[in-house]
Ligand binder design. Structure first.
Ligand SMILES: [Zn+2]
Length: 273
């Protein structure tokens, strides 16, 4: 069995396909997945209490256990706070400072659950769209808080950021705080990203660029598992399909790096026993 890992996807047993999506992935040859919690305003209502985050985290942990039963390999949870939440909270009347503090508390809770062994990595970032200077600065504060937690625990952090191929500013913060830059992962990367480990969105063009770069990368779909938005991102079968094609084209070694060596370097997980 050749390991095939989707480094960033979502599963939702209430509004999406849930375990049926994992079955599709497995039937196509997928073996391992990192499942990121759905954002906390799913259902249209903003979180108002820390327990709203907790509920999302537990939903993720629960479906990851079920996914592990289906997979030849296993699934792991990634927990955190979506960076777009800050704008939603401010629109709802919170000050930027209050919103930032609330998001940091959510990250603290995620860190606690990771510490207990319920998940393996944090998720944070900063808005991918235009925001005010005040929101941008606070978002960077929240992001630095996530990095400091990851540094203390020696774990990885997946980042949702603006579209960019250079996050060396962020990796400098990580290095200063004692977190190896390799453990900072840019989710939805376009093939390459300076300073961090790219988790490449598995479209042909982006994968081609990642391959040409010769640098370690991982592959993801950012599968949303939302039946109201079919095809909004890539389907769950994409990573296995593309991986098989790339192996056939002779990129066996690179696929071993993407699905075995890089995940081990970043998260300390073993996908090949
Ligand atoms: Zn996502």
């Amino acid at each position: 069995m050749n390991p095939i890992l989707d480094n960033h996807c979502h599963l939702d047993s209430e509004e999406g396909m849930g375990i049926a999506a994992v079955e599709d992935f497995s039937k196509s040859g997928g073996t391992h997945m990192l499942v990121v919690n759905q954002h906390s305003w799913r259902g249209g209502k903003n979180p108002t209490d820390i327990s709203d985050f907790e509920e999302r985290f537990y939903q993720t942990i629960e479906i990851v256990e079920q996914a592990t039963e289906v997979l030849q390999g296993r699934a792991w949870s990634v927990l955190g706070i979506h960076p777009a939440l800050i704008s939603r909270l401010v629109e709802d009347g919170q000050t930027v400072k209050e919103a930032g503090k609330f998001m940091c508390e959510g990250l603290d809770m995620a860190a606690k659950m990771i510490d207990r062994g319920d998940a393996i990595a944090l998720k944070s970032g900063r808005p991918h769209y235009e925001v005010s200077q005040e929101i941008w600065e606070m978002s960077n504060e929240v992001l630095r808080h996530a990095i400091s937690l990851a540094a203390k625990m020696g774990i990885a952090v997946q980042l949702h950021t603006e579209e960019t191929e250079d996050l060396s500013e962020v990796s400098d913060w990580a290095i200063e705080m004692g977190l190896p830059w390799q453990k900072v992962v840019k989710h939805f990367a376009g093939g390459v990203c300076k300073g961090v480990t790219p988790s490449v969105i598995s479209r042909k063009e982006e994968l081609e660029r990642a391959i040409q770069s010769g640098k370690p990368f991982m592959m993801e779909t950012d599968y949303l598992d939302d039946l109201r938005r079919p095809g909004a991102v890539l389907g769950m079968k994409t990573v296995p399909k593309r991986t098989k094609l790339l192996r056939e084209r002779g990129y066996e070694e690179l696929m071993e790096v993407a699905h075995v060596d890089t995940p081990e370097m970043v998260y300390g997980i073993k996908t090949r026993d």
